[in-house]
Design a protein around this ligand. Structure first.
Ligand code: PLP
Length: 492
């Protein structure tokens, strides 16, 4: 058999917790292993988390790991929110499931109502799924349906997305995503889906010398316009982007005016704008209040983004890791078209709008609101960013420290001046993450990169819980700085 190109990355760094390498345990039970290659790279054989406390995992080995990334930017309330667990338990005891294509439940309606209100009435329809990928599939289907409702002969089925993007792992979401490494194996299938990618808004690497914000934005908007014209505006259904790019770039926010300019191009070509807020939404970037949105929750409500999407998706922090819920929301314009047309979104999975999941997410949303956690995200996030810049900004292998709220990315470079990337397609970031799992570091950071045809280097992401204190922010920044410094001093 030909050797797999996905063979594990070699590393001289030991993994702290050692577990057997065979596939059966002592009782001859099959050991469940993560199938996703990145997990193998990071952890070799998986170690069991047997308990949690505060913002920590307790491992079967006796080691505690401080979770500075909220898992995959998910656990926004830490691990002990009894209220959420109870809400889900109560729901499971009352109405654990019903045929959601025929019936509704109070929990699902209340969460939909909460989320529509949180958009200031801009969104009118919510569809709950069980993953961000499924929410993106629903969004893409709704975009195509919108154009079909307008004109049954519509040929608007193309999507324009950006290099260095990640929108999920299902086939449709992979097609629009720019993460080449995750797409590569399925390229024979997904490349037939009509998608064109354009440049991300990635100031650190892509802005030309001397180029102002306005000039950079105009260049990117022009690229979108030309791409629409090349494909033919009658063929383009939607432009898809993350307001703040998470996994694919490492917490990259746009330059001011970027989304306004992209929106203008979309509107003039009857192209819908889909914002993927699976990672950066639900309060994660600490959107700043405005007169229009005094209690913002969504990334697009922050003045830096400053637009109202036609369709948006949420996930991760919406359920905080308790509930495996995600959501697609559609604005009034899109929903009016459907309501005055067929009246039905032509979509659905068995467990969509599941009452136990929505009950959990509703409680998460209530806690975020009651405890004013988005403000805490802004304050502790600003502190965390400042500390990271102070401690790591001058390190010779740190190219950039960027982020918003409690979503921070640290880009790792071979050469700070030339911004040359490390070879190995994620090896450095994975190595740092792996070292973090060893004592005395015992900290979880989230590694990224892995896209072979886009231009980003390795990065690590920090996305701690919205509940962290000032002391937690100091601890996370210090531990991260020590971890990164030690990793690179070992490399020498
Ligand atoms: N969109 C973005 C921006 C994401 O970061 C992710 C996951 O990391 C997804 C979509 C897919 O979400 P899920 O893994 O829940 O399917």
């Amino acid at each position: 058999m030909a050797p797999s190109k996905y063979k594990e990355l070699d590393s001289s760094l030991p993994i702290a917790p050692i577990v057997p390498t065979d596939t059966k345990d002592g009782n001859d039970r099959l050991i469940v292993r993560p199938s996703f290659v990145l997990h193998r790279v990071l952890t070799g054989n998986p170690v069991k988390v047997i308990n949690t406390h505060g913002h920590c995992y307790s491992l079967e080995t006796g080691q505690d790991i401080l979770d500075a990334s909220g898992g995959a930017a998910v656990a926004c309330l830490g691990y002990h929110m009894v209220r959420v667990a109870k809400a889900m338990q109560e729901q499971a005891l009352r109405v654990p499931y019903c045929l959601t294509s025929s019936f509704s439940t109070q929990a699902t309606e209340d969460l939909a109502d909460f989320l529509c209100r949180s958009t200031g009435g801009n969104m009118r329809h919510v569809w709950f799924t069980n993953s961000g990928s499924a929410a993106m599939e629903a969004a893409m289907k709704l975009a195509i349906q919108y154009h079909q409702e307008e004109d049954p002969k519509s040929t608007k089925t193309w999507f324009i997305s950006r290099y260095a993007s990640y929108h999920g792992n299902t086939m449709g979401a992979l097609s629009v995503g720019g993460h080449a490494a995750r797409r590569e194996m399925y390229d024979g299938f997904v490349r037939h889906n009509p998608t064109q990618r354009i440049s991300p808004c990635y100031s650190y690497r892509d802005r030309r010398s001397g180029e102002s914000d306005g000039q950079y934005v105009a260049r990117l908007a022009d690229e979108l316009e030309r791409t629409i014209q090349d494909i033919g505006k009658d063929n383009v259904a939607a432009f898809v982007a993350e307001p703040v790019v998470g996994a694919a770039l490492g917490a990259v926010a746009p330059v001011p005016g970027y989304f306004k300019a992209m929106e203008t191009v979309c509107k003039s070509n009857q192209v819908l704008l889909i914002l993927d807020e699976v990672m950066c939404g639900a309060g994660r970037i600490g959107p700043r209040p405005t007169d229009q949105f005094p209690n913002p929750l969504h990334a697009w409500q922050d003045p830096l983004i400053g637009i109202v999407p036609d369709i948006m998706t949420m996930g991760k922090g919406l359920g905080a890791g308790f509930s495996t819920v995600a959501a697609m929301l559609a604005n009034v314009r899109v929903m009016d078209k459907i309501l005055h047309g067929s009246g039905l979104h032509n979509h659905g999975h068995t467990y969509d709008n599941h009452p136990v999941e929505t009950a959990g997410a509703l409680e998460v949303c209530k806690i975020v609101q009651e405890k004013n956690l988005v403000a805490n995200v802004r304050d502790t996030g600003a502190l965390l960013g400042k500390l990271l810049k102070e401690k790591l900004g001058s390190h010779p292998h740190i190219g950039d420290v960027r982020g918003m709220g409690l979503l921070w990315g640290i880009e790792l470079v071979k050469d700070k001046v030339t911004k040359e990337r490390f070879e190995g397609n994620g090896k450095i970031a994975a190595g740092i993450c792996k070292l973090g799992y060893t004592a005395p570091h015992s900290i979880q950071v989230y590694p990224g990169s892995g896209s072979t045809n886009s231009k980003q280097g390795d990065h690590i992401i920090l996305a701690p819980a919205y509940t962290i204190t000032v002391a937690d922010a100091h601890q996370i920044a210090s531990k991260t700085a020590t971890l990164v410094s030690e990793y690179f001093s070992r490399l020498r």
